[in-house]
Design a binder for this molecule. Structure first.
Ligand code: MEV
Length: 313
């Protein structure tokens, strides 16, 4: 069984597409898996996704078929006779990286068939190439965080490889995540923002820079133990996302609900227009915030935490 986790963008979504830094972490509890079984000779490769109600042959034009073909080319394998079954607990079209996680798990499953173990960088690159072919202008943060499975700072460079740095985390931080239940395709939101940016780049560029500055401050707050500052910066990031036109009424309502319930800060997370929001909470308030979010109409909620990456003196 080969798997990859879902992800949370902590801060910096959208601006990251335009070269600003962003922070992301895996959610280990939510995973996508791909199981491979040998199929009868000549059957070729079929992909089954009972959770999604899908079955397709490798040669059908679907994003995963494209990724499977790229991976086989990389591994220098002919199409194997394989039945691949995808299962995933990551909600789809919710900003939790379901597509990238399924992709990374698929690459791992095919590599295993070839008796090879691929590095996180190779897996991430294969998923990125395929996302680029089907999803317009992804920054690469989703495939990176799910393939590396660790909290990261990610920043595209004008030329060459992106900067990928492990995130320094001082304290243990607790988050409550809530799904608005509104399905939203990243491609549509990113594409819409791009059209608006192309029509009038300047105001957007200024907001992207403001998001980048917030991300750098959040990085400092995260490495230390200033919870109120960290929360405040997350809420400010939400306001900038509202100004970028990527939030939604329900997401704003859930953010307000979390703050009223005692969260230090809250924001939408991922592409927006729907999908999830996250709240930074004191551990002892997590269950209360979670209940309030459910009462406010969240269709699913989770608690997750970010663990310290170094010991404090
Ligand atoms: C989606 O998880 C994050 C976005 O910034 C898009 C991207 O970075 O490719 C909205």
């Amino acid at each position: 069984m080969n798997s990859a986790p879902g992800k949370l963008i902590l801060a910096g979504e959208h601006a990251v597409v335009y070269g600003q830094p962003a922070l992301a972490m895996p959610i280990a509890a939510l995973r996508a898996s791909v199981a491979a079984e040998l199929a009868p000779r000549g059957a070729g490769m079929t992909v089954h996704a009972p959770d999604l109600g899908l079955v397709w042959r490798l040669r059908a034009t679907a994003p995963l078929s494209d990724l499977a073909q790229r991976t086989l080319d990389y591994l220098q394998l002919p199409e194997p006779d394989l039945r691949l079954t995808i299962s995933s607990s990551i909600p789809i079209a919710s900003g939790m990286g379901s597509g990238a996680a399924v992709g990374a798990a698929l690459v791992r499953a095919l590599a295993e068939q070839a008796g090879q173990q691929l590095s996180a960088q190779v897996i991430s690159d294969l998923v990125y190439q395929s996302e680029k072919a089907f999803h317009g202008t992804p920054s690469g943060i989703d495939n990176t965080v799910v393939a590396y499975e660790q909290p990261i700072l990610f920043q595209r460079q004008t030329q060459g490889e992106p900067l990928i740095a492990p995130l320094a985390v001082g304290d243990q931080w607790h988050f409550v995540v809530a799904d608005s239940g509104i399905a939203s395709e990243t491609k549509a939101v990113v594409g819409d923002l791009r059209q608006r940016w192309l029509a009038a780049p300047e105001p957007y560029n200024r907001q992207f820079v403001a998001v980048g500055n917030l991300v750098r401050q959040i990085q400092v707050a995260l490495a230390g133990n200033d919870a109120e500052l960290f929360g405040h910066l997350l809420s400010q990031n939400h306001q900038l996302l509202q100004m970028l036109g990527v939030s939604a009424e329900k997401l704003d309502y859930l953010v307000q609900t979390a703050l009223a319930a005692g969260a230090w800060g809250a924001k939408m997370s991922g592409a927006g227009w729907g999908g999830i929001m996250l709240a930074l909470v004191p551990a002892e308030r997590a269950s209360h915030v979670q209940q309030q979010l459910q009462a406010a109409g969240a269709v699913q909620t989770w608690q997750t935490s970010l663990l310290p990456t170094y010991s404090k003196r």
